[in-house]
Design a protein around this ligand. Structure first.
Ligand SMILES: *[C@@H]1O[C@H](CO)[C@@H](O)[C@H](O)[C@H]1NC(C)=O
Length: 211
């Protein structure tokens, strides 16, 4: 290989790798957004998806990005103005931070002795302006509803969320290890390595076809 051909080969590899990485742009935006707002329901859910290696249904990164950016708490976040959410649909019946905080506050006002209304993970009083509680409100809401599924704060949104999203744990039932299909984060090192492998293969093909 002459120097020129090696350079062309490296250039082709970088070009193909960049094109392939475009696919994971929403995952990159979601990860950045969730670093800033880890407690909003879409980010709480994304963290569960990641730990369960789930990437479809409620764990689809595009759907999670649409839901996260539709939450008034994250509205106007820079990661949302740059995220490409075209063609994406929100995770069905996923409550906003305000709604989940409201359900938790209402259940805990009615049943203050429930264990999830107490302790380090319990939701504190809501901010009087935003009506959002500084806690993982979806996790607490799910835990409360699993314990008392027939409370009227659970019979609408929680039940619909669960039936629409394959009863995803831990919100709707137990976490089923290995229930996922692949990595939820297309930007993870293993997918990047896979993308690079594809890029190198395509670059080799281009190289041997053209030179
Ligand atoms: C409540 O939320 C508003 C708007 O985000 C914020 O400015 C304020 O500091 C919050 N109040 C408390 C007590 O955290």
């Amino acid at each position: 290989m002459s120097n020129f051909n090696i350079r062309s080969f490296i250039f082709a590899t970088i070009l193909v790798a960049s094109v392939l990485n475009e696919v994971s742009a929403d995952a990159v935006a979601l990860t950045a957004l969730c670093t800033t707002y880890p407690k909003i329901p879409a980010c709480d859910l994304y963290a569960s998806c990641t730990s369960q290696s789930r990437s479809s249904g409620p764990c689809d990164t595009l759907s999670l990005t649409v839901s996260a950016c539709a939450d008034p708490l994250a509205l106007g976040a820079s990661q949302c103005t740059s995220a490409n959410t075209a063609g994406g649909t929100a995770v069905p019946s996923l409550p906003t931070a305000k709604d989940a905080s409201g359900f938790v506050a209402s259940i805990c006002m009615e049943m203050p002795d429930m264990s999830d209304c107490q302790g380090a993970n319990a939701c504190p009083s809501r901010n009087t302006t935003t009506l959002v509680s500084d806690c993982k409100s979806l996790s607490v809401y799910g835990a409360l509803c699993l314990e008392m599924p027939n409370m009227n704060q659970c019979t609408t949104v929680w039940k619909t969320f669960c039936s629409s999203n394959a009863n995803i744990g831990p919100y709707c039932g137990p976490v089923v290890p290995g229930s996922g299909s692949g990595s939820p984060n297309s930007g993870s090192p293993s997918s990047s390595a896979a993308n690079l492998f594809v890029a190198v293969s395509l670059a080799l093909l281009v190289f041997f076809t053209n030179f």
